[in-house]
Design a protein around this ligand. Structure first.
Ligand code: HEM
Length: 779
C-alpha cells in the first residue's frame, strides 16, 4: 500500500466517506462556504452545569480535548482536526490569498531588481529560511510510529493478569481499553543525518495518551545506564559526542575522549559491556527490547507503593546485525532502521511488544546485593521474573515526519496517577532536563500544545500566554484563588483522580556525595559476560578491539584493560589486550567478583522465537530459472510472513525455463546482501550460468555467508555455492535430498520442495548461524 492509499484508508475509516467524496466535500474554493462573522473553527458548548456561561473563567475544555470514551482511534481523530491535504486544492499564501505565479518574483521591469512589495516572495523565502529547529542534543536521529497499548491476557496465566492491587493507573489495568501511543526510536550520539546502524544505545520512547493525561515512558534498548548521577550526564555526552576541536568522529564512541572518560569511571563498566555487545547493533527497531531503566514506583488506591522496572519484549525476537554488516549499511542503506520500521507498517505487518513488569517491595529491595536506585544496575530476571501485563502494537506511520516525529517531545516527568518516581538520582535529574531542553528546541513553554504532544485528556489551568500560544482561554480570572470565575478550574482530590506523589518518609541531612550502596561496579558486568554464548563473547572482544583500536593514547587503552575489564573477567581482559597492543594482565584485577552466576535472559540467543515474520529474503535469478523453485519457495516463505524480493542484473521481466515470468524487484546496482536476512539461488542452468559469470551474485552469497545469514540453493543453484567456496559447508550431492549445514540449505535434485522450504524456514528463524568460520571468505 502506498502512503497515499494509507492516508485515504484512515480518513475513510473515520469519516465513513470514500476518498472521492472527501475531496469533493473538502473546503474547495469552488463550493466556497459562505462566511459570516459568527463562523468559528469550533464553537465551545456551555458546560452542562451552567458554570462559566458568563465567561467568568469556566470553559468546556481545550478545543480538541477528547470527549467521551477514549479508544485506539482517539489520537488519530484529534490529529485529523489539524491535517491539511492539498490534493485538488488551489495554491494560496499562508494567509489564504490565492497565488497566481509561484515561480517568478515581482520585478521592476523584466530584467530589473526584485521589489520589496512582493509579499508572496517574502513569505515563501521567510518560511524556508526558518524551516529548521535545533536538533535534540542527544537522540537527534530517530523515527516514529503510532499505535496502541492494551493490558492483555497473560499467555502463561491463561487469563488477564490484573495488577490493580498494585497500581491505580487505568492505562495498565483496564483490558478493555486500547490507549493510543506514539513511539519514537532513536540513536543517541549521532546528529540528525547520521547513519542508523552505528554502534550505539537505542532510545525507545513511548507517549501514552491516557484518559488521565500523558504518560511518557522514555527508555532505552539496554537496561542499565552509563552513570549514576544526573550531574555526570553533560560530561558523558561531551565525551562521547564528536571531539570539540574537529567534530570527529560522527555517531561513534570509538575515539579518545569517550574511552578516556570511561576508563576513569568504573561505574560505566556494566553499560560498556552491553554497548560492546550485539545489543548496540539492532537488526531492526521491531526486534529490539526496551527498558524503563530506572526503578519507578506504582501506587494503588490505598496509597501503597511497590517498586517497578518496565520491560518491552518484541514478539519477533531480539536480533542483532554484525559489525561488518553495519559498516557497509552506513553507505548502502543508511536509513536501514528508519526504513525498516516504515516499510513493515506500510506493508501491513504491525510490530508488537509485550509490556512486562518486575515488581518488588522495599523489603525485597533491601535484600538485593545492589541498590535499586543505582541506574547502572538491573534487577536480574533470575531474582524477579518479568510479569507480562499488556501489548504495544505499532500500526500507523506518521503523515509528516517533522510535525510528528521531529516535534514529538518526551519528558519522563509526564506520569499519571498510579505511577511515580523513585529517588534514583539519574531519574531525578532527568525530571528537570527534558522540560528545560524542550524550551531550547521549541523556544516556548507551549510545546505541549503542538498536536503530537497534546494530551487527549482535557486540560484546564491558568497558564495563558507565551510564544505560539494556540488555545484561546476565555474568562477574566487566570489565577487562584478567584471569586470572579467561581474559583475554577477546581483542584481535584486524590480519591477523584488528582495526582498525588507517594508519601515517602525522608529523613536525612543535605549532602553532596555518592551513597556507599552505589560503590560496587563489576558484579553485574561479570554476570553479563558469564551469560553470553561464545560467539556473543567474541563479538564483545571484537568490538573492544575496534573501539579501543581507534584510541590513540596508550594510557587510556591500558586503563580500560587493567582497571575495568580485568575486574570483570581476566580471560576477557586478556583477549582484549592481545588485540590492542596492551600487555595482557598477569592475574585478575583486585575487584573482580568471585562468581559464575548467569542470567539466561541476557543472551540474545535465548530470545529467538520460532518465526520468520517480516524477514527480508532475496531470490537471485536471471532468465531460464526453474519456475516451480521460485513460485513454491516464494509462497512458502510468504505464508510464514517473510518478505521476498527478486533480484537480477537488470530490472524488468525474467522468463522461467518453463514459460512463467517474474518481475525483478531490484537490480544488483541497488540491492546489497546487507539489506536482506537470507538469500536463495533457485535452479535453472541458464539462470545459474548467467549468475556465475557475474561478480555481484557471488559477492552477495559470500557476504551473506560472512554475516552468518541463511543461504539456500536448489538444483543448478548449488553450483554457484560451490563456485563461491563456502568453508566447511556440506553441499547436497545427487540423491542426497535436502542437506542443512550451518544454515546453508541445499538440494541438488530439488524434488521435495516442501521439505526444502521447511528446512530453510527453520534456518531463517534461527536468524544467524554462528557456528561458521567465515574469516577466509573474501567479501
Ligand atoms: C541525567 C540523565 C539524562 C539526561 C540529562 C537526559 C537528557 C536528555 C535530553 C536533553 C534529551 C533530548 C530531548 C529532546 O530534545 O526532545 C534526551 C532524549 C532522550 N533520552 Fe535522555 N537523558 C538522560 C538519561 C537518559 C536515560 C537514562 C534514558 C533511558 C532510560 C534516556 C532516554 C532518552 C530518550 C529515549 C530520548 C529521546 C526521546 C525522543 O525520542 O525524543 N535518557 N535525553
Amino acid at each position: 500500500m502506498t502512503s497515499d492509499d494509507h492516508t485515504h484508508d484512515r480518513t475513510e475509516e473515520h469519516s465513513g466517506e470514500t476518498p472521492s467524496e472527501q475531496s469533493t466535500n473538502a473546503e474547495r474554493v469552488d463550493d466556497e462556504p459562505e462566511l459570516d462573522s459568527s463562523d468559528t473553527q469550533e464553537t465551545p458548548q456551555p458546560r452542562a452545569d451552567g458554570a462559566g456561561e458568563d465567561g467568568g473563567g469556566g470553559q468546556p475544555g481545550t478545543s480538541d480535548a477528547h470527549e467521551g470514551e477514549l479508544d485506539e482511534a482517539s489520537k488519530d481523530e484529534q490529529l485529523e482536526e489539524v491535517r491539511e491535504n492539498p490534493s485538488g486544492e488551489e495554491l494560496t499564501t499562508d494567509h489564504g490569498v490565492k497565488v497566481s505565479d509561484t515561480d517568478n518574483s515581482l520585478k521592476a521591469s523584466e530584467r530589473g531588481p526584485t521589489l520589496m512589495e512582493d509579499f508572496h516572495f517574502r513569505e515563501k523565502m521567510t518560511q524556508f529560511d526558518h524551516e529548521s529547529i535545533p536538533e535534540r542534543v542527544v537522540h537527534a536521529r530517530g523515527t516514529g510510529a503510532h499505535g496502541y497499548f492494551q493490558p492483555y491476557e497473560d499467555p502463561d496465566l491463561g487469563e488477564y493478569d490484573d495488577i490493580a492491587d498494585v497500581t491505580k493507573a487505568k492505562v495498565l489495568t483496564n483490558p478493555d481499553q486500547k490507549t493510543p501511543v506514539f513511539v519514537r526510536f532513536s540513536t543517541v550520539v549521532g546528529s540528525r543525518g547520521s547513519s542508523d546502524t552505528v554502534r550505539d544505545v537505542r532510545g525507545f520512547a513511548t507517549k501514552f495518551y491516557t484518559e488521565d493525561g500523558n504518560w511518557d515512558l522514555v527508555g532505552n534498548n539496554m537496561p542499565p545506564f552509563f552513570i549514576q548521577d544526573a550531574m555526570e550526564f553533560p560530561d558523558l555526552v561531551h565525551a562521547i559526542k564528536p571531539e570539540p576541536d574537529n567534530a570527529i568522529p560522527q555517531a561513534s564512541a570509538a575515539h579518545d575522549t569517550f574511552w578516556d572518560f570511561a576508563s576513569l569511571k568504573p561505574e560505566i563498566t556494566h553499560m560498556v559491556m552491553w554497548v560492546l555487545s550485539g545489543r548496540a547493533l539492532p537488526r531492526a527497531y521491531r526486534m529490539m527490547q526496551g527498558f524503563g531503566v530506572h526503578t519507578f514506583r506504582l501506587i494503588n488506591d490505598d496509597g501503597e507503593s511497590v517498586f517497578v522496572k518496565f520491560h518491552w519484549t518484541p514478539k519477533l525476537g531480539t536480533h542483532q546485525l554484525v559489525w561488518d554488516e553495519t559498516t557497509k549499511l552506513w553507505g548502502k542503506d543508511s536509513d536501514f532502521n528508519r526504513k525498516g520500521l516504515y516499510d513493515v507498517i506500510e506493508e501491513g505487518y504491525d510490530p508488537e511488544w509485550e509490556l512486562g513488569v518486575q515488581l518488588f517491595d522495599e523489603e525485597q529491595a533491601e535484600e538485593f546485593d545492589f541498590d535499586v536506585l543505582d541506574p547502572t544496575k538491573i534487577v536480574p530476571e533470575t531474582e524477579v521474573p518479568v510479569r507480562p501485563i499488556g501489548k504495544l502494537v505499532l500500526n500507523e506511520t506518521p503523515d509528516n515526519f517533522f510535525a510528528e516525529t521531529e516535534q514529538v517531545a518526551f519528558h519522563p516527568g509526564n506520569v499519571v496517577p498510579g505511577i511515580d518516581f523513585s529517588n534514583d538520582p539519574l531519574l531525578q535529574g532527568r525530571l528537570f532536563s527534558y522540560q528545560d531542553t524542550q524550551l531550547n528546541r521549541f523556544g516556548s513553554a507551549n510545546w505541549d500544545e503542538i498536536p503530537i504532544n497534546r494530551p487527549l485528556a482535557e486540560r484546564h489551568n491558568n497558564q495563558r500566554a507565551g510564544f505560539m500560544r494556540q488555545e484561546i482561554n476565555e474568562g477574566k480570572a487566570s489565577y487562584k484563588p478567584n471569586s470572579i470565575g467561581d474559583d475554577d478550574p477546581q483542584e481535584v482530590p486524590e480519591e477523584e483522580g488528582g495526582y498525588e506523589h507517594y508519601n515517602e518518609k525522608i529523613d536525612g541531612k543535605k549532602i553532596r556525595n555518592r551513597s556507599e550502596s552505589f560503590q560496587e561496579h563489576f558484579d553485574q558486568a561479570r554476570l553479563f559476560w558469564n551469560s553470553m554464548s561464545e560467539p556473543e563473547k567474541q563479538n564483545i572482544v571484537d568490538a573492544a578491539h575496534f573501539e579501543l583500536g581507534k584510541v590513540d593514547r596508550m594510557e587510556i587503552r591500558e586503563r580500560m584493560v587493567y582497571d575495568l575489564f580485568n575486574n570483570v573477567d581476566h580471560e576477557f581482559a586478556t583477549r582484549v589486550a592481545e588485540g590492542i597492543g596492551v600487555e595482557p594482565p598477569d592475574s585478575p584485577g583486585d575487584e573482580m567478583p568471585d562468581h559464575d552466576r548467569e542470567d539466561p535472559s541476557l543472551s540474545m540467543e535465548n530470545r529467538t522465537p520460532d518465526t520468520i515474520e517480516t524477514r527480508k529474503i532475496a531470490i537471485l535469478l536471471d532468465d531460464g530459472f526453474e519456475d516451480d523453485h521460485v513460485s513454491e519457495l516464494e509462497s512458502a516463505l510468504e505464508d510464514e510472513g517473510a518478505r521476498v524480493k527478486i533480484i537480477s542484473k537488470y530490472l524488468g521481466e525474467k522468463s522461467g525455463a518453463n514459460g512463467e515470468t517474474v518481475e525483478a524487484d531490484q537490480h544488483h546496482v541497488a540491492a546489497a546482501s546487507v539489506s536482506f536476512d537470507a538469500v536463495v539461488i533457485p535452479g535453472g542452468s541458464e539462470s545459474v550460468d548467467t549468475l556465475t559469470q557475474q561478480g555481484d551474485p557471488k559477492h552477495f552469497v559470500a557476504e551473506a555467508f560472512k554475516h552468518y545469514k541463511p543461504i539456500a540453493a536448489l538444483g543448478a543453484g548449488t553450483e554457484l555455492l560451490e563456485e563461491v567456496e563456502l568453508p566447511d559447508i556440506d553441499i547436497a550431492g545427487d540423491g542426497d535430498g535436502t542437506v542443512t549445514s550451518e544454515g546453508v540449505v541445499t538440494s541438488r535434485d530439488g524434488n521435495d520442495l516442501d521439505a526444502f522450504a521447511e528446512a530453510f524456514v527453520d534456518a531463517i528463524a534461527q536468524h544467524r548461524h554462528w557456528g561458521r568460520s567465515p574469516e577466509e571468505v573474501p567479501a
